[in-house]
Design a protein around this ligand. Structure first.
Ligand code: 2AM
Ligand code: CA
Ligand code: CA
Ligand code: CA
Length: 259
């Protein structure tokens, strides 16, 4: 790894704090909300402004890095060589618009396709969960305890709402076999819950910037993050993601692979 991950963490923490101030300032004005692919797929002026802000910070500090972000200004990468920053400027835009809470800002950093670092900020709680393979997971720089290897029956699981409603890949059955299903509306918040031992896993269909930060953090804590067939997550394309403690992950894949 060529990156000094502690220096990176200090930089990203400062950027996220600046973003939080900008976002909360912008929330005092009316939001400019537009739809993208459908009526539930939203983008606001705040998503776009924060994407531009974070891309500028990354470009200045890491001029050779590539940036893959949800809202436009990014590179639209087609390979994972070198240093790549995955940016989701507002994760949970529907929550942002409807609840004005329960949304996150995420930055995931990979080098040659391997995780280096992830940071997820719960903006309204002013909490940052960060970590990676060489940075012990922490919340606001308080180290998090090691995660227990819970079996499916012994913990909560975050699920994608539509997939749960349609029992896609047996997700409703898996949820019934767990302590209970939860749906937060923000992939970032789901990974924050896993990192803090508040749920044992998360199942969804995600884009690269939805999964990059969380996967870097929780895989460093021993959580297994794969596709339903057990293969590695493809950070160049959207896809199904199963993140769970090793025991529960095995149980979930068995459910999914049984027709
Ligand atoms: P977003 O708010 O950044 O778009 C909602 O269940 C979670 O899924 C959020 O993390 C949301 O991220 C993500 N998501 C990805 N694609 C989506 C889409 N087309 N419509 C709504 N949410 C989407
Ligand atoms: Ca979106
Ligand atoms: Ca997102
Ligand atoms: Ca987003």
């Amino acid at each position: 790894m060529t990156v000094d991950v502690y220096r990176l963490h200090a930089q990203v923490t400062a950027w996220l704090q600046a973003s939080r101030i900008h976002v909360q300032d912008a929330m005092r004005q009316p939001l400019d909300v537009a739809t993208k692919s459908n009526r539930n797929d939203l983008v606001t002026n705040v998503d776009q402004q924060n994407q531009i802000f974070l891309a500028e910070q990354i470009q200045t500090a890491y001029p050779n890095a590539h940036i893959e972000g949800e809202e436009g200004t990014a590179d639209k990468i087609n390979r994972l060589d070198g240093l790549v920053f995955f940016v989701d400027p507002i994760d949970g835009t529907m929550n942002f618009v409807k609840q004005r809470a329960h949304f996150a800002i995420m930055i995931g950093v990979y080098e040659d396709g391997q995780p280096v670092y992830g940071a997820i900020m719960d903006v309204m709680q002013n909490a940052i969960v960060a970590g990676g393979p060489e940075l012990p997971a922490r919340v606001n720089d308080v180290l998090l305890p090691a995660l227990p290897d819970l079996a499916l029956a012994d913990g909560l699981i975050g699920v994608n709402g539509p997939m749960h409603a349609h029992n896609r890949l047996h997700i409703a059955d898996i949820a019934l076999a767990s302590s209970g299903a939860r749906m937060s509306g923000s992939a970032g918040m789901e990974f924050m819950e896993i990192a803090q031992n508040r749920q044992l896993g998360y199942i969804s269909f995600l884009k690269p910037w939805d999964v990059a930060a969380g996967m870097a953090i929780v895989s460093g804590q021993g959580v297994v993050v794969t596709r339903p067939d057990g293969g590695p997550i493809d950070l160049l394309n959207a896809g199904l993601v199963v993140a769970a403690t090793p025991k529960a992950h095995q149980e979930i894949l068995t459910w999914m692979q049984t027709n």
